[in-house]
Each structure stands twice: as C-alpha cells, then as structure tokens.
Design a protein around this ligand. Sequence first.
Ligand code: CTP
Ligand code: MG
Length: 229
Amino acid sequence: MFTSVIIPAAGFGERMGATIGKQFLLLNEKPILVHTLERFQSCDDINEIIVATQRSSFPIIEEIRKKYSLSKLKAPVEGGERRQDSVAKALKCVDAESEIISVHDAVRPFVRRKEITQSIETAKYFGASVVAVRAKDTMKQASTDGRVEKTLNRSSLWSVQTPQTFQRKILIEAYEFAFKNNIVATDDSYLVEQIGVLPIIIEGSYENIKITTPDDLLLAELLVKRFMP
Ligand code: CTP
Ligand code: MG
C-alpha cells in the first residue's frame, strides 16, 4: 500500500532560541532534520517523504536530498503559520496513489523502525494510530490559579509523540472538518478524534523525544551516541 510521510519542518524554534530553526541544528555533524529523514528513507514501508518548510529553506532541502541520497524525498512544500497549517499544505501534495499517511515531527530524530512500521500496520486496519509512552509522573489537574483540583489516574494516561498514522481519507476529512469549524490543535490525532475516529496507541520509547528546548539538545547529544534505529 503506497504510504507517504509528512514531516512538518517549518517552525522557528522559539523555545530553543537558536539563530536558525532547530531542525537545522547539527547533531553529530548532521542536521537534526537529516537524522529524521534517514529514519524514513531506510524504512521499506515508506514510499515518499514530503517536508513542509519555510520557502527560504527550500535550497537547503534540495542540498540535503543530494548530499544524503534521500531518493524518497519530494520537492519541499511551503509551511504555514501553525504546525497544523504546514501539515494541511503538505497533505495537498501527497501522491494521488497514497492510501496511508504518517505525520512525524522533523525534530524527533530518535524514532525507531519498529514504531514506524507498527504505526503504519495499525492504521491500515484500524484507521488511525499514535505512538505514545506511559506517563511516568503522577498527573494532577489544576485550576488556572494553580490549585490542584484532582489527581488523575496515571494508568490511563499517555504522553503522545509522533509518528501518527492515518488512512488517507480519514486524515483529509479531519483536516477539512477542522478548517470549516476553526478547530486548532498541535497534534493531528486530536483533529481525527473530532470526526469520531479513535486512534490506537502504539507503545513507543522514551528516547523518541521532541527536541524543543536547549536541555533537549543536551539529551539528544547523549542519545545520538548510542541510538540503534
Ligand atoms: N512546525 C511546522 N510549522 C509551523 C510550526 C511548527 O512545520 N508553523 C513543525 C516544527 O518545525 C517541528 C514540529 O512542527 O518539526 C513540532 O513543532 P515545535 O516543536 O513546536 O517546533 P517549533 O514551532 O519550531 O518550536 P517553537 O514552538 O518553540 O517555536
Ligand atoms: Mg511550535
């Protein structure tokens, strides 16, 4: 089944506070984005990779494609104001044959092959899947003024990551529904949940971090030394 992966990489990395987007920062002498792209390039279940990025970064993407022999990487798509807009734009550019679409953050270079393939297999049969890890900390719900309202049942709580994978029809319908109803989310599965599809959780790894702040970069430098895809 033809499978596409959309990699949103159009963010400015405000919380990282670097002079360039964090997806282009080097990790072991290679841009973080390249580590991520290599995970999907080497996965036989993936047929095409679509990166959404700022127009000014298009030449970098072209350069990366040649330098790292990323044959599955298609022409870049211009990103939008929010992550959701970037994914929506990329969604319009997936191959006409594509039946399964994965979405994976450019800044999660430590995704494992098993997570990608399980996510795809599950979406084929159940419509939607999300990679997630069990919450480690006890989670409390608090009011806006910081007073604890209740303690949540940790055994039912998950921290959701990417990849998140969907049957094409479901993801397109979810994005159209969100657009019409002004629904905003930082996670694709939330949009799918709004049209009544409940994604299946794939238990992933705590190493699949989203590099967000400078302390994540320190951790990534340790992880990259021993990472086994
Ligand atoms: N992203 C995107 N388009 C946007 C915003 C984010 O494609 N308009 C991408 C980022 O490049 C990143 C992923 O979505 O790969 C997850 O977003 P996040 O970690 O929030 O990255 P940034 O938005 O770059 O960081 P910040 O929120 O700190 O500015
Ligand atoms: Mg952001």
